[in-house]
Design a protein around this ligand. Structure first.
Ligand code: SF4
Length: 149
């Protein structure tokens, strides 16, 4: 019996700082989609899904909305840094790429509580809305790491 208690304690000690979960709900403010130049990676599966959602061919989608960077593809952005898919909100929110979908549960943001706190300055969705449980956060983290880690 004692060893079971001990094992549970060890297990708990190994859990990350966000073991009780974290609150996040996107407020759709668009701050992360506008202004600063950046890249939003899109893979083949996402191209298929987004083109279908927009009701256009994959070729038309690639021609009008993607740019090639070192053999990979990113969504285009306007000269002012706004994402080409942003128009008073994300035009493809339901099928948005993994990079957007897994935000803010990226390794860099979860490294410490202070990194998470820092995000509040730029993202008003942090610590808002529904509590996301540990498993949910870790699933997002795994998806992001498998793609970009
Ligand atoms: S900055 Fe945060 S709240 Fe605003 S659109 Fe991006 S994820 Fe949503």
């Amino acid at each position: 019996m004692d060893s079971i208690k001990f094992d549970k304690k060890v297990e708990n000690d190994n859990l990350p700082w966000f073991k009780e979960g974290l609150k996040f709900e996107c407020q759709r403010c668009g701050r992360c989609c506008r202004g600063e130049p950046g890249v939003v990676w899109v893979n083949k599966t996402e191209v298929v899904g987004i083109a279908s959602f927009l009701g256009i061919t994959q070729e038309a989608f690639a021609r009008n909305y993607l740019r090639s960077i070192n053999g990979r593809f990113s969504l285009l952005e306007y000269g002012n840094g706004d994402c080409v898919m942003y128009d008073n909100g994300c035009k493809i929110y339901a099928v948005r790429p993994c990079q957007c979908r897994s935000f803010p549960f990226w390794k860099s943001n979860l490294e410490s509580q202070s990194e998470w706190e820092k995000l509040k300055k730029t993202c008003p969705g942090i610590d808002k809305g529904k509590l996301r449980i540990l498993e949910d956060i870790q699933d997002n983290l795994k998806i992001y790491e498998a793609r970009f880690g």
